[in-house]
Design a protein around this ligand. Structure first.
Ligand SMILES: [Zn+2]
Length: 86
């Protein structure tokens, strides 16, 4: 059983998910996003770190405009032109 990052497509075994995955809020709580199921997504911690308080659309746009900076994680660069399309 694996978990998949909503943003970069990186997968991790569920047994390691506590290390690599975080619950992201599509609309950040700091900008009024509620903590309800439709506003939650599983994101790898590298994507979540970069997303910060951006909304989903802002973050995906930022990644497309800054492909060389996208993803801090072990697969940095691997997804630059991959599953980032909206
Ligand atoms: Zn990710």
């Amino acid at each position: 059983m694996t978990l998949t990052c909503y943003y970069c497509g990186w997968q991790s075994y569920e047994s390691l998910a506590y290390l690599n995955f975080q619950v992201d809020h599509l609309i950040p709580p700091s900008r009024g996003g509620p903590d309800v199921p439709w506003n939650r997504a599983s994101a790898c911690r590298w994507c979540n770190l970069q997303k910060g308080d951006k909304t989903e659309l802002e973050y995906r746009t930022w990644r497309m405009l800054n492909p060389s900076e996208a993803t801090y994680g072990p697969y940095r660069g691997a997804f630059q032109y991959g599953p980032l399309a909206i």
